[in-house]
Design a protein around this ligand. Structure first.
Ligand SMILES: NC(=O)c1ccc[n+]([C@@H]2O[C@H](COP(=O)([O-])OP(=O)(O)OC[C@H]3O[C@@H](n4cnc5c(N)ncnc54)[C@H](O)[C@@H]3O)[C@@H](O)[C@H]2O)c1
Length: 326
């Protein structure tokens, strides 16, 4: 494998622009092409960022190009599956934004095709690269708080969103598949898998998808309570992790990025608020290193599949009012 990877970014909305910026800056990557189904948006981004790459409205033409080694998928959720499957079938590595797909069935097909074709599939997971989340991972791995038995997490915002987020056939769901999926990924990464789930989702507005939801997830030794909302005016994400020897609290609240460690009646705060917001660059760097180093990326396609399985279990549980297996 050569040391420079050629990238095609599909979808030039908010996330696409973030991903384009990471590709352009990285020493081992080259932006070969950008794609957006909306020609006006495509040209706007091309001009605004003074790009020198090719540009297309049709992703198939862009991906089927020998200069392209990797594809980044930043479209509305519905198109994650067809774009990724096409890219993998053309032997391109794929970094697909979260949620990996709208259903576990689609996500599984993506993982299987990447394995069959010997390719790497990464799920977009910039939240794993928040400095407080990374530090919590290091503490947990060193056994600082001992065995974990309870995790409480909340996530959400009250921002206006593009219309497709609120259309079920384009998004697959509301705040749980949009925001909750980040928290699910972090919880699995820090604390392992869950076996069963009880969930409730509902909408306070007239949208087709939920704007509030919660879930109670359980494995043999631990429980997770998660709350996700598009009506959250205070803060963005808070995760409390309780272990037998202490606890950790991850806080991402209006520009503040902190980790608090509680132990023996004392606490110590690690404040990362002064650091630049570079989690998308770090997430991208992880993909490049994994592809060039011939190893699975963090978070892998399989991690994306597991998160989508949990999202789907929450929706199933909410529909039938029962605890469901994951
Ligand atoms: N990691 C994160 O923190 C994070 C945050 C927000 C969104 N996301 C994810 O990123 C993805 C994009 O979200 P966004 O907020 O940037 O949306 P957006 O609406 O801003 O951008 C989507 C773009 O895709 C284009 N598009 C639609 N269908 C297409 C197709 N078939 N082919 C090519 N282009 C197409 C649209 O014209 C639009 O420009 C979503 O999957 C979302 O869940 C991730």
């Amino acid at each position: 494998m050569k040391k420079e990877l050629g990238f095609c970014v599909v979808g030039c909305g908010k996330m696409g622009v973030r991903r384009i910026n990471s590709v352009v800056k990285h020493k081992n990557s080259r932006l070969i092409s950008i794609v957006d189904a909306d020609g006006k948006r495509l040209n706007e981004i091309y001009r605004k960022y003074k790009l020198k790459c090719k540009k297309f409205e049709d992703y198939k033409k862009a991906i089927d190009d020998s200069d392209v080694n990797c594809v980044i998928v930043c479209t509305p959720n519905k198109f994650h599956f067809p774009v990724s499957i096409f890219a993998l079938s053309k032997k391109k590595h794929v970094l697909c934004e979260k949620p990996l797909a709208m259903s576990p069935k689609e996500a599984l097909k993506m993982v299987k095709l990447s394995e069959k074709n010997g390719l790497f599939l990464k799920t977009g997971s910039n939240h794993r690269f928040f400095p407080n989340v990374k530090r919590a991972k290091e503490f947990i791995e060193k056994g600082v708080i001992g065995n974990i038995n309870f995790i409480y997490g909340e996530i959400g915002h009250k921002k206006s969103l593009p219309d497709w987020y609120k259309k079920k056939d384009l998004s697959g769901g509301g705040t749980i598949i949009d925001n909750g999926v980040h928290l699910i990924d972090i919880a699995r990464w820090l604390c392992g898998d869950f076996k069963e789930c009880y969930g409730r989702v509902h909408s306070m507005s007239d949208t087709e998808v939920e704007d509030n939801g919660f879930a109670f997830l359980k494995s043999k030794n631990k429980n997770l309570f998660l709350k996700s909302s598009w009506n959250k005016s205070n803060g963005y994400m808070k995760i409390e992790i309780l272990g037998e020897r202490g606890s950790l609290v991850i806080e991402c609240d209006d520009g503040k990025t902190k980790l608090v460690h509680f132990m023996d009646g004392k606490n110590k705060t690690y404040d990362f608020s002064h650091l630049p917001f570079n989690s998308f660059d770090l997430d991208f760097e992880e993909f490049v290193k994994a592809v060039l180093g011939n190893r699975q990326p963090l978070a892998s396609g399989d991690d994306g599949l597991k998160a989508v399985e949990i999202v789907s279990a929450i929706y199933r549980s909410s529909k039938n009012g029962k605890v469901v297996s994951i």
